[in-house]
Design a protein around this ligand. Sequence first.
Ligand code: SF4
Length: 380
Amino acid sequence: MTTTPAVYDKSSSFVEIRRTHPEHASVHARIEALGERMESVGATDYRSAIVREACQELLAPDAARFALRDFVIDEISRLEDEELERYLFYRFRYEVFPVEHRLDDFPPLLQIEPTSICNFRCVFCYQTDTAYTNPKNGHMGLMSLELFKRVVDEAEGRCEAVTLASRGEPTLHKQFSEMVDYLAGKFLAIKINTNASMLDEAKCHAILGAGVQTLVFSADAASEPLYSRLRVRGDLEQVLGNVRLFHDIREKHYPHSRTITRVSGVKFSDEQDLDEMEGFWRDLVDQVALVKYNPWENTYEQPVNQIDSPCSEYWRRAFVLWDGTMNPCDTDYKATLTPGNVKDGSVSAIWRGERYETLRRLHLARKRRGVEPCSRCTVV
Ligand code: SF4
């Protein structure tokens, strides 16, 4: 029997985000100035054409395709004028390409997985699936620094957004700081997701020194026992201490840091209270948010549904897992959809390769019910 659950709209994962400080007027004026400059020089190449399209859209009075949300304006506020062009190139492709099913030779966002291993067993996470965590099944491992550098080298100049996160806890990797160092100066939108349990001084300095744009601390509650019921094996006091450590190092050693810190939880239980979370974390981080829950913990056991809209992940981002496996998403946490391995070909070649294009065609033809596990997934 098929069911029709609510779709998970990836165009915004937030249930709510608080404490952004958008400077609408000044950002608008800067986009206006950039738009005028782009008009006067014309679109001389692909990149300029995209930025020009982005400016035109943002400055149009009835623009519907590309509107900057508050947290994006917050990000832009921290950029220099000469970086705005690069940022809009990324953001337009990230937001508009998945809606219009446009593609070029590189994913708008690349997610790199330093490790698939995690020290937590959060109730809504694939780490609770022992078929995934059992080392005998081949899903557990750590990316070599050599492979990491190869992927980063390919992405530099072709992609502005790199996230260190996927199925595992990135700070568990012994070479985490070296990886972060290697990203420095190469991308505008570097993001790291961490459960904050393993943060120490060296990692804090690496993150701040590399100019990471967004550091997300994953925490879903402001008190016990709710925190530990959701973040199984987590210790709220320890996490609080590490978030404070990061805050203090930023204040003391990096007073002009552009890094935005966010505590972000998965909205899983009616007991979670964003007001309480905001009050608890407000002195230590810039933003507090809750994101939508997706049943990551048992993707493959969900019933087949009747959703037939294409999944935006095929146009928005690509994952490179610890062993080089590329995948369109982490909802398919066993990477059964994999279109290839970067040890056998480049990210770019796989992104536009036959397997990826076949999956896209099936989704566009509204035949995702014939693709496992897309048939059981609600992401659009
Ligand atoms: S399983 Fe399929 S439909 Fe779900 S997020 Fe991944 S690619 Fe999209």
